[in-house]
Design a protein around this ligand. Structure first.
Ligand code: GLV
Length: 325
């Protein structure tokens, strides 16, 4: 059984795969493979342990007839064409749950950092600009008691709402599905997206990237937000129109942003977004704690082995392929 890992991930993945007797090849470089080199690397493999950098669609799969499972080292899977996998009888697996709290911790860290200008004021000191305690310097937005609008009340949205409760925040959410348990257990209120935009002091994005959510935040939406509001995105960069966001921040349509994900990603160092003080931008690290990345690695490896061994993988998106002859 041949398994290709498209990046080095925490060691437990390789240990788990090799202990099953599989022949495992690991992409050796720091940067992900180009599409051409990805094909060469995974050729002949039955299992692919992929990352969100690998685009795996029908045209790629047509060149890889031996593949039985694509196991993404991520909860998001917009890099994989799941329908194309299902049509070819290929299982697609992901790593939910194990990263929920770590990701919500980071979303809340971005919220606080953007609101209270943590990163910006640190950089200002490092540039030698801070001369004395300032009555009028670095004034931010209060977090406690504010209204948090959560876009997408799934696992991470719920974890975010729980954190907000500790700050006496009012939490409203928009989602195409009602989350009634979150409503009854956490007292969150379901509202229309436009209401969420106009009522929220903080808007935090926790929706997957789909054709419907691509560009969900653009000029029109920023105009509906409060001038004191802050946008947090730990989901996927293309949910937000970056040019429109830069404009909204520059014109004061919104006050600030905390972004773990951007479009493009990586964002070039000379991108206008990075010259805006009130935008805190991080390199897609919301799930990046030592423990969580290891848990994700173990789950991703377990998913591959389960499919290849004919047992039920812990986290499969298209289990119908597993029961086919
Ligand atoms: C990270 O962005 C993930 O989807 O796990």
């Amino acid at each position: 059984m041949r398994i290709a890992m498209t990046r080095k991930i925490p060691a437990v993945a390789l240990e788990t795969l090799e202990s099953s007797g599989a022949d495992v090849v690991v992409w050796p470089e720091q940067l992900p493979p180009s599409p051409e080199r990805l094909l060469e690397h995974v050729e002949g493999a039955e299992g692919i342990l992929s990352t969100l950098n690998d685009k795996i669609d029908g045209s790629v799969l047509d060149k890889l007839p031996s593949v039985k499972v694509v196991s993404n080292f991520a909860v998001g899977y917009d890099n994989i064409d799941v329908d194309a996998c299902t049509q070819r009888g290929i299982a697609v697996c992901i790593t939910p749950d194990v990263l929920t709290d770590t990701t919500a911790d980071f979303a809340f860290a971005l919220l606080m950092s953007a609101a209270r200008r943590v990163s910006e004021s640190h950089q200002s000191i490092a540039r030698g600009e801070w001369k004395t305690w300032e009555p009028l310097g670095y004034l931010g937005q209060d977090v406690y008691g504010a209204t948090l609008g959560i876009v997408g009340m799934g696992r991470i949205g719920v974890a975010m709402a729980k954190r907000a409760a500790g700050f006496n925040m009012t939490v409203i959410y928009s989602d195409m599905y009602r989350n009634e348990s979150a409503e009854s257990e956490l007292g969150v209120e379901h509202v229309e997206f436009d209401d969420l935009l106009s009522r929220s002091d903080f808007v935090s994005v926790h929706t997957p990237l789909t054709p419907e959510t691509r560009g969900l935040f653009s000029t029109e939406q920023f105009k509906k937000m409060k001038p004191s509001s802050i946008l947090i995105n730990t989901a996927r960069g293309p949910v937000v129109d970056t040019d429109a966001l830069v404009e909204a921040l520059k014109s004061g349509e919104i006050w600030g942003a905390g972004l773990d994900v951007t479009d493009p990603e990586p964002i070039p160092a000379d991108h206008p977004l990075l010259s805006i003080d009130r935008a805190v931008v991080c390199p897609h690290i919301a799930s990046a704690s030592e423990v969580t990345r290891s848990r994700m690695a173990k789950l991703a490896a377990d998913n591959v082995l389960a499919v290849l061994n004919g047992t039920t993988p812990p986290r499969c998106l298209n289990p119908e392929v597993l029961t086919r002859d």
